[in-house]
Design a protein around this ligand. Structure first.
Ligand code: HEC
Ligand code: HEC
Length: 353
């Protein structure tokens, strides 16, 4: 066994302000000690760089992209020049606030359940749980969106698929609650049933605000664009009042089935089949004769309007043989849907109770 002074180690330790006595080490111990000393040096370096990074945040800000709503594609495409678009953005911000500090204007007070504190909490939960799909502005352009089909809902049109209300109406708050609690089968929309009721209510307030904000922006810009309306709080308020009233009115527009449910019999199923393949309903046009969702796919002369949904995205008729119903599987989910005509083109059955 040889006695050696481990020079490099001693040097490193000295640089750490420690002294190391030369010792008798075998190969394995030496390697271990080398390793420990290196780790110590590294951890000092790491602490130094960490301190520098933290310091640089204080000096330069954290470098994250700004948390601001974006203007809609329609606003950007409108005749409004860049200056007017900036005015639109600041009028919207004055009225609806920012993603971090959303505001409840007077028009929204009768529609939302909470106050500005609970709304800000809802907005924070939304950013954590929903934004990666539905986007910061509720436009459906979150970073996860390109990887899922159907696409996450763009709330800004105020159009929702799974509603209990008639075709011209907005959804009720309960419809949205149902979606958030149950998720949407066969899609990437998850269930948030484990959340506290209060957190869900806060998020719902915020989703409704995003939707009202989106619709108001669209009507506001249309008024400025076509009727030269002034870009100020009063003209935005007019549109927001209109939009909010429609949301409130939806609560009394729930569709009730006119005919009570009948037991399924061989005859009733046969009647259903005849209706399904009839010229009158045209179900097979999209869903195919066997209901496999391949009607349009196999039709080279398909009407292009049947192939797009209300958001202009490709509509895929459901494969009815799979038994997966996005809007719910209860007979009522499907029967009420069949009474209410479709708001979500092209299927008359994309609504639920
Ligand atoms: C992993 C992606 C994803 C996340 C996360 C997500 N959603 Fe969705 N959401 C979707 C998709 C996809 C749809 C559209 C499904 C369809 O069109 O059938 C949807 C639709 C909706 C709808 C519209 C339902 C209708 O009737 O049209 C609401 C409301 C909604 N989500 C709320 C939320 C809320 C609130 C959160 C967060 C608590 C959330 N979503 C989180 C993917 C997501
Ligand atoms: C113009 C095309 C078109 C026609 C006509 C049509 N559908 Fe659909 N259908 C669709 C599309 C697209 C979907 C998927 C909707 C969605 O995104 O949830 C769908 C979905 C459905 C669903 C699933 C609903 C759910 O909750 O998942 C049922 C059930 C259905 N259609 C039945 C029918 C019946 C019955 C008829 C005839 C009365 C019919 N459809 C006519 C295009 C059509």
């Amino acid at each position: 066994m040889t006695t050696r002074t481990i020079q490099p180690n001693a040097k490193r330790l000295a640089s750490l302000g420690r002294s190391v006595k030369s010792s008798v080490l075998n190969g394995c111990e030496r390697a271990m000690k080398d390793h420990l000393v290196q780790a110590e040096v590294l951890s000092v370096k790491a602490r130094f760089w960490l301190a520098m990074i933290v310091l640089s945040f204080f000096v330069s800000g954290c470098g994250a992209p700004p948390m601001n709503y974006v203007l809609s594609e329609d606003t950007k495409k409108s005749k409004l020049d860049a200056d007017k678009q900036r005015q639109v953005a600041s009028t919207l911000e004055d009225y609806f606030g920012t993603p971090v500090a959303p505001k409840i204007a007077d028009s929204l007070k009768p529609l939302l359940k909470g106050n500005e504190t609970t709304l800000a909490q809802g907005a924070a939960s939304y950013r954590l749980r929903c934004m990666h799909c539905h986007g910061l502005s509720g436009d459906g352009h979150g970073p996860t969106a390109p990887y899922v089909l159907p696409l996450p809902r763009d709330y800004r049109k105020g159009i929702f698929k799974f509603t209990s209300t008639d075709q011209t109406a907005n959804p009720t708050r309960d419809d949205l609650l149902h979606t958030v609690k149950n998720g949407i089968s066969g899609t990437s929309m998850p269930s948030f049933a484990l959340f506290e009721q209060q957190e869900i209510e806060n998020i719902l307030d915020y989703v409704i605000l995003l939707s009202v904000r989106g619709q108001s922006e669209s009507f506001f810009v249309a008024e400025v664009d076509t009727n030269d309306a002034p870009i100020n709080r009063e003209s935005l308020d007019e549109q927001a009042i209109f939009v909010t009233k429609r949301w409130i009115a939806a609560e009394s527009k729930v569709v009730k089935p006119k005919v009570a449910r009948t037991e399924a019999t061989a005859e009733s199923i046969d009647r259903g089949h005849k209706l399904f393949i009839s010229e009158k309903t045209q179900c097979t046009k999209c869903h195919g004769k066997q209901g496999r969702g391949d009607g349009l796919m196999n039709d080279p002369h398909a009407d292009p309007k049947d192939t797009k949904d209300s958001w202009g995205n490709i509509a895929r008729p459901a494969n009815l043989t799979l038994g997966v119903y996005r809007g719910g599987s209860r007979p009522l989910d499907l029967s009420v849907a069949s009474i209410a005509a479709s708001r979500v083109l092209p299927c008359p059955l994309s609504q639920r109770t």
